[in-house]
Design a protein around this ligand. Structure first.
Ligand SMILES: *Cc1c(COP(=O)(O)O)cnc(C)c1O
Length: 221
């Protein structure tokens, strides 16, 4: 399926007017598709799989800002640490420690978002409110080589927009609550192809959109 450049132009215009950042989610899509949006000016791209991301990174222009949005295993952090812009899916202290360690080895500060569990589904990853509190205690000393810049979450897979709206609201409440102590929390990453408009109404500052731009994905096996 070709890249939907018309949809891209409409979405980017809308997001710019609202000061929302677009992460174009290119998982499973070829580098040629990424380049089509790159040539229209897009620089933020999101990937879910470490191996696939590393391969794309090597082939594509170096001014792309890569976002890691999938579940990340600690033992794979070192592969993306040299170049990753923002890891959206940090869901444990263990992972924070490892990111900090690999950031130091690469002489850089790695941007991170804490992933929060807001959906009903058990299968989704993320921290609950108490776990979030344990990490973001008042006076939380940032690790030297990573910077926690915000929160991320995925809503339930449902057509019931009332449920999705409630979940987004619950994330915004947490974001505002923790922001009182942590002024560096500026990014609220929520909203995908099916619900990004609702997410923006509920306070999202960064949306992750894949299929609206790149077309449907083959289901990965
Ligand atoms: C795949 C994915 C997206 C994009 O989903 P679309 O429905 O294709 O827009 C966004 N966020 C995460 C975490 C994803 O895994």
């Amino acid at each position: 399926m070709p890249v939907n450049k018309e949809a891209y132009k409409e979405i980017i215009a809308e997001l710019k007017s609202k000061n929302v950042t677009l992460v174009a989610v290119s998982k499973t899509k070829p580098v040629e598709d990424i380049l089509e949006l790159y040539h229209l000016g897009q620089r933020d791209f999101g990937e879910n799989y470490v191996q696939e991301l590393v391969e794309k990174y090597e082939q594509l222009p170096k001014d792309i800002r890569w976002h890691f949005i999938g579940h990340l295993q600690s033992n794979k952090v070192k592969q993306i640490a040299p170049f990753i812009s923002l890891i959206h899916s940090v869901d444990s202290q263990k992972l924070l420690k490892e990111i900090n360690k690999q950031g130091a080895k690469n002489n850089r500060v790695i941007g991170c978002l804490l992933q929060v569990h807001i959906a009903k589904e058990e299968t989704k990853f993320g921290l609950d409110e108490n776990e979030l509190k344990e990490i973001l205690v008042p006076g939380f000393k940032e690790y030297k080589s990573l910077s926690v810049e915000g929160l991320m979450a995925m809503a339930s897979f449902t057509d019931n927009m009332e449920i999705v709206k409630k979940e987004f609201k619950s994330l915004k409440v947490l974001f505002d609550k923790f922001r009182v102590y942590h002024s560096r929390l500026t990014i609220l990453s929520m909203g995908m192809s099916s619900d990004y408009e609702l997410a923006i109404e509920e306070g999202s500052t960064m949306v992750r959109i894949g299929s609206l731009l790149f077309g449907k994905r083959e289901t990965k096996t």
